[in-house]
Design a protein around this ligand. Structure first.
Ligand SMILES: *Cc1c(COP(=O)(O)O)cnc(C)c1O
Length: 411
């Protein structure tokens, strides 16, 4: 996607607008597949929560991906996008037994992450194959909010509770066909990942009828030039050879699974916003754009740094700006960053806007959620219309018959 394409999209569909590059998604998918091409079977289940537009799911389906889902609604979305139930894994946490059963009835692979539901589900449905989510207690990355394998995490069943898992499996006669971990986003260190994998292999030995081992995700992607990223090729080489060795020991060719979200879609996305006001204060210059954390919350929620460029004036002289939004709340996208000189009306592009951006958007301040566009075959395809007043009012019940002047004054 070139600047001129992005500007044309902002013009045609208006700002703010999310744009996703299908080619980038495809090349990331192929990069990961290639890195693990030596294992007996590989299954890449795209994590729907990263970006859940139905057309993006269709694209994933056409690439041969499966889906990783965390709610029954994501399961339904996947089915609506044409996925077979058998290509969907359901990895929720803290859901009810009823929700698990509903998903199992649809035929998706169930992944259970607590002993209570394992026992209840196994007692009622001993013949439904179940995957178990393990917490290996390995800390990946540095941000406690996105590290989900450590000791205080609510995710997974602790490796120290394996004896209890085994007892439940024995008593219920249930069938465990997969072992899973997901240690959280932003794995910096391949060695940490391999270390966690050894714990998973050790766990797997306890189960005789496995079909797959799912290593979750957490691949780090670069947010700016020269940024560190997971070396997928090196991880592929090391983990594949270890996995193949494990399959030989285990006596069966298993499927190696991953559930990449960010890796597949983060870099493919750009968020285009328009500068409403350039505001000089005593200490800085603010560029105020027609968005805020209602549309992209990652900078405020996680301290994420999304690189910003001025695509209306790319050759302009760099100046320092703080880029903020227009909602009534502190909604800072960037502080004191260099951007080519900004004039009111310019379009700014925020990078890495594919993962956890639109999918976390809200209607705070009663603003509409932005449009979404998929760039495919050198063409812009609108895949979500910008919201309207009708959308904002949908499901609201207006008590106008109750609050008439007469009725209220008669009280
Ligand atoms: C969110 C999630 C993922 C995807 O993580 P990324 O960092 O986006 O790759 C994978 N597996 C599970 C269980 C998740 O909850």
């Amino acid at each position: 996607m070139k600047n001129k394409d992005l500007l044309a999209i902002a013009k045609e569909f208006g700002a703010p607008v999310y744009v996703y590059d299908a080619d980038k998604i495809k090349s990331q998918y192929e990069r990961l597949s290639t890195a693990f091409s030596n294992v007996p079977q590989l299954k890449l289940n795209y994590a729907v929560k990263a970006l859940s537009n139905i057309s993006v799911l269709r694209l994933m389906n056409s690439l041969g991906a499966g889906l990783d889902t965390v709610s029954i609604q994501e399961v339904e979305l996947g089915l609506a996008a044409g996925f077979n139930a058998s290509d969907i894994i359901f990895t929720p946490n803290g859901v009810s037994l009823e929700e698990l059963e509903e998903a199992a009835l649809l035929g998706v692979q169930i992944n259970i992450d607590n002993l209570s539901l394992l026992e209840q589900f196994g007692s009622k449905h001993p013949n439904t194959p179940v995957c178990i989510r393990i917490n290996p207690h390995v800390m990946a990355g540095g941000n406690a909010n996105i590290s989900v394998g450590h000791i205080d995490s609510k995710f997974g069943i602790s490796i120290h509770q394996i004896p209890h898992i085994l007892r439940i499996v024995e008593l219920t006669g249930m069938n465990i066909n997969g072992i899973h971990m997901h240690t959280g986003s932003d794995i910096l260190d391949i060695d940490v990942f391999l270390y966690a994998s050894e714990i998973l292999f050790d766990t797997a030995k306890n189960f005789k009828d496995l079909d797959f081992i799912d290593f979750g995700s957490g691949f780090k992607v670069p947010y700016k030039e020269g940024d560190i990223e997971t070396n997928i090729e090196e991880l592929g080489k090391k983990l594949s050879s270890r996995f193949n060795e494990f399959c030989r020991e285990y006596g069966k060719d298993l499927t190696l699974g991953f559930e990449p979200g960010k890796f597949l879609v983060s870099e493919a996305g750009k968020f285009l916003v328009k500068v409403n006001v350039v505001k000089q204060t005593t200490s800085t210059v603010f560029a105020q754009v027609d968005s805020g954390f209602n549309h992209l919350i990652r900078p405020m929620l996680y301290g994420a740094k999304h690189h910003i460029s001025n695509i209306s004036n790319p050759k302009g002289k760099d100046r320092f700006y703080s880029v903020v939004g227009y909602i009534c709340e502190t909604d800072t996208f960037a502080t004191n960053v260099k951007i080519a000189e900004i004039t009111e009306g310019d379009i700014l592009a925020l990078d890495n806007a594919g993962a956890y951006c639109f999918s976390m958007a809200s209607n705070y301040n009663s603003r509409f959620k932005p449009a979404e566009v998929l760039w495919y075959n050198d063409q812009a395809h609108l895949i979500r219309e910008r919201e309207s007043m009708e959308d904002l009012l949908r499901n609201q019940i207006d008590l106008k018959g109750v609050f008439t002047n007469e009725a209220v004054n008669a009280q």
